[in-house]
Design a binder for this molecule. Structure first.
Ligand code: AHM
Ligand code: MG
Length: 332
């Protein structure tokens, strides 16, 4: 990091991104612009999220109906907003979204980046005013710029990410991202409409006392998971589970903890999606000194074979995840 002295807590996201461009000596600024596009879309989604409880009340904001969008569900709105921002920015050639069955080929001859995104994760929490999030991964396309998009441009393992991040729409709205040079978190200041650096160089605690798993599925766990969760209980750890991956991950990243979504009978490969949920958070976890695995393998090394493929996910503090994996291995 050549710009260490040039920013501090309170630096705006825009300025931070500009300063950090020196991390990529030959970069032309497109990745920086892409990150700004994502930040802008997240501000719009944040606005919609904040008034979600009112958004079915016709005319409550004295606004004209933007193509009927106010009447749509928030995850659909978020999808529209992010796709629009990514299409208009000009840096992106293809998008993979949780909300779309197929790859969106933007037919953009100059775009060199591929984005995988879950525009609004934690869908069961949207209608009940609980934290939700956006998760994104950015890849450089493999084939030459201007040529038709190929499978190899899309199906890249997480190790190939050039940046990833999430937005947490919580008690504060935060944007946390990495470009492979550590993890930084920004808090949104509503009245100024800006993200400010609030959590520089996030380091995950090596150990923790929080475990996050949907215990309602316990009858479907294998013996390794059962044993590990029993060990958490014997140690008097705290159970914390919001049911929004971003919120559960963020808390554990800052406080120390483990998030587990194992294989269950209903979801034999786990529930979470590799390309736009697990990979982005795994990149951030590793950059912050934490771990992400599917139980046998580093998440980032899984070669995707289909767009919406699922993976078991064990992510969080190094010591806790390592111990969970030991229990899993014992029962294999
Ligand atoms: P979604 O993409 O439909 O919102 O589902 C993903 C969410 C995650 O945010 C969360 O961690 C998990 O599903 C919760 O699942 P469950 O309700 O099975 O515990
Ligand atoms: Mg999701």
């Amino acid at each position: 990091d050549q710009s260490g002295l040039a920013y501090s807590v309170g630096t705006t996201l825009d300025r931070f991104i500009k300063l950090k461009q020196s991390d990529f000596p030959f970069a032309s600024g497109e990745l920086s612009q892409l990150l700004r596009d994502i930040a802008l879309a997240s501000k719009i989604v944040n606005r919609e999220t904040n008034r979600a409880g009112l958004s079915n009340i016709g005319g409550a904001f004295g606004q004209t109906n933007v193509q009927g969008e106010e009447q749509q569900k928030l995850d659909v709105i978020a999808n529209i907003r992010f796709i629009r921002a990514l299409s208009k920015g000009g840096e992106v050639c293809a998008i993979v979204s949780e909300e779309e069955d197929a790859v969106i080929d933007l037919q953009n001859k100059s775009g060199k980046y591929v984005v995988a995104i879950d525009p609004l994760d934690g869908s069961s929490n949207i209608d009940v005013n609980i934290s939700i999030g956006t998760i994104f991964s950015i890849y450089r396309r493999k084939t030459p710029i201007g040529s038709p998009i190929q499978e190899e441009d899309i199906m890249q393992p997480g190790t190939e990410q050039v940046a990833s991040g999430y937005v947490l729409y919580g008690s504060s709205t935060m944007l946390v991202y990495t470009t492979g040079f550590g993890v930084n978190g920004f808090t949104y200041e509503h009245s100024l409409g800006e993200f400010f650096l609030s959590h520089p160089s996030i380091q995950a605690p090596k150990n923790g006392t929080i475990y996050s798993i949907n215990e309602g599925t316990q009858e479907e766990w294998n013996s390794g998971i059962k044993e590990y969760i029993d060990a958490c209980k014997s140690a008097n750890f705290s159970a914390r589970y919001i049911g929004s991956l971003v919120a559960d991950f963020h808390r554990n990243l800052l406080k120390g903890g483990i998030y587990l979504y194992p294989a269950t009978q209903k979801n034999p490969n786990g529930k979470l999606r590799l390309m736009y949920e697990a990979n982005a958070l795994a990149f951030i976890a590793e950059q912050a000194g934490a771990i992400a695995t599917d139980g046998t393998k580093r998440i980032l090394e899984i070669q995707p074979t289909s767009l919406h493929q699922r993976t078991p996910l064990f992510i969080g503090s190094e010591i806790m995840v390592t111990e969970a994996v030991e229990h899993l291995k014992k029962h294999q």
